[in-house]
Design a protein around this ligand. Structure first.
Ligand code: NAD
Length: 491
């Protein structure tokens, strides 16, 4: 059955459908970057909240700013902005139609409508999941990339901007001049201190436009930090076919995700917010500790399995986790990292680690190894190197972590897996890094000396240099499995 609002009643009764009147839903949130993750996470929280009695009818309007978002606009518009969210694990498969997105604007063809939607007093939150690239931040320095062509374009055409930053700034400026209270700007991207990042970028941009706007933003706009978690791979044709066969739904672009989800938010909003705590979100003043726990254990483990797994020829995360050597390696990796994982009240680190092993092992998620390997030059400095530095500062072991760093360098330098198959290396710095990494086996200092990745302290740390060089040499001589075994035996 083709998914549309008039056909909801005809769907397989196993499929959960919106029980609320979608005509009453107000899109108080405008969300930029309606991709897989947003539709598996924040849109679901709103859908659950809308289904409860006595709640504000708080829904959202999607906003796409890239040309490639035309596909999402077409998919959603063809089905009254409804879509199916499927949860899969070894013992459970469920499907639910999400109704919280009630409108969608495709900015490349309607940027005035996009700005006016956000400038409208009905809009109370503008949220984002636009990937790291959407923030125009230099990975090395953390500075705003003023010279970026999109930013230069928007500064020259500030009343008809095309980037997320330009659009948000223009909408805030119109609210300011019209005497309308600002919306909250809420980043839900996987960036440490995501609220701080978007605040810094937006204020820097506003300052270049007009200092009075920057001052107004600083005084009035809230930028809550948040930690978001739910492993959600890109939807495949096989997922679409599976949904049709298993639940009888013909959906142009469903989302398939894992059962686990978590959202930890700082409670600072400039213009009200939905009562997300009623549907499982956690409010705290200490988002940073949750972020560090997640980045060091979840994202760190992803890196620990990614490059070794790619070199060993694996395609999916679940296949890596079906190999006991890798499971033991990941468990021991997490043990090595644990001394630098913060203690959080009411959170058990052993339980968290156990749940990660289960989540990674979910045999139905088909999370691709190429996805977790991608953009290593941005991920390694955030998810691995801070753990190494802190462990070294405390004279603790970094053996397994060094092997992981070495595996990334080896993967970049080799370009093929152990069976000789070409690796699909996705990284904004791929050309530069693969060239440097190809000679790293003889002399890793050139690679480890890249200060925009490794910083200055690790470059001058003899233990880290020696351990990484040793691990590289071992990988080159005995291969992935034998290297991992040697490390596990030694530690
Ligand atoms: P996706 O590819 O499905 O969607 C990405 C969305 O971001 C698209 O709408 C795209 O148009 C938009 N986008 C990309 N670059 C942009 C730019 N420069 N400017 C404006 N919009 C841009 O990806 P996804 O799975 O939805 O992941 C998006 C982000 O969500 C991730 O980068 C991460 O920060 C966060 N996240 C994802 C997961 C996950 O498992 N997928 C988990 C936690 C957090």
């Amino acid at each position: 059955i083709k998914l549309t609002s008039t056909k909801l009643g005809l769907l397989n009764p196993e499929v959960q459908i919106p029980t609320y009147d979608r005509r009453q839903v107000n899109p108080h949130t405008v969300h930029i970057g309606v991709g897989s993750f947003h539709r598996a996470h924040q849109a679901l929280y709103l859908d659950e909240l809308l289904a409860l009695p006595d709640t504000e009818r708080w829904g959202e309007c999607g906003l796409g700013v890239l040309p490639s978002d035309a596909r999402m606009r077409d998919a959603l518009q063809g089905q009254n902005h409804l879509y199916t969210l499927a949860e899969r694990s070894a013992d459970k498969q469920s499907a639910r139609v999400i109704g919280s997105i009630v409108d969608y604007i495709y900015a490349p063809e309607a940027n005035e409508a996009a700005v006016e939607k956000m400038a409208n007093p009905e809009t109370r939150i503008v949220s984002l999941t636009i990937t790291e690239g959407g923030y125009f931040i230099d990975e090395g320095t953390g500075n705003f990339l003023v010279q970026h062509p999109s930013i230069q374009h928007d500064l020259e055409h500030s009343d008809a901007p095309s980037s997320s930053i330009g659009l948000i700034a223009e909408a805030l400026d119109r609210r300011r001049t019209r005497g309308v209270a600002p919306f909250t700007v809420m980043s839900c991207d996987n960036l440490q201190g995501n609220g701080h990042v978007i605040s810094k970028v937006l204020r820097a941009y506003a300052g270049l436009r007009k200092p009075s706007l920057e001052t107004w933003i600083e005084a009035n706009v809230a930028f809550p930090n948040s930690m978001v978690d739910r492993i959600t791979p890109a939807t495949t044709r096989a997922d679409i076919a599976w949904l049709a066969t298993r639940f009888g739904i013909d959906d142009a672009w469903p989302v398939v995700t894992e059962p686990f989800l978590q959202w930890v938010i700082e409670d600072t909003f400039s213009n009200g917010r939905p009562q997300w705590e009623r549907v499982g979100a956690q409010f705290t003043t200490d988002v940073a500790s949750y972020e560090i726990m997640k980045m060091r254990l979840l994202n760190g483990s992803h890196l620990a399995m990614a490059y070794l797994g790619a070199l060993a020829g694996f395609t999916y995360v679940q296949d890596i986790m079906a190999d006991q050597l890798f499971v033991t390696f990941i468990e021991r990796f997490m043990e090595e990292v644990t001394p630098v994982v913060p203690i959080i009240p009411n959170t058990s680190v052993p339980e968290y680690k156990k749940s990660l092993i289960e989540r990674f092992s979910n045999p139905t998620i088909n999370d691709q190894v190429t996805r977790i390997c991608s953009e290593g030059s941005a991920k390694i400095p955030k998810w691995l190197l801070p753990s190494i530095q802190e462990l070294l500062d405390r004279n603790l072991s970094v053996d397994l972590l060094s092997l992981v760093v070495a595996s990334w360098i080896f993967y970049l330098g080799k370009g093929v897996d152990e069976a000789g198959k070409t690796l699909d290396i996705i990284d904004a710095r791929a050309a530069e890094l693969t060239a440097i990494a190809s000679s790293a086996e003889e002399d890793p200092s050139l690679m480890l000396g890249i200060s925009s990745i490794f910083g200055d302290r690790l470059f001058t740390n003899a233990i880290f240099q020696e351990k990484t060089a040793g691990a590289l040499h071992l990988l080159a001589t005995v291969g992935v499995a034998a290297s991992m075994k040697q490390y596990l035996k030694r530690n």
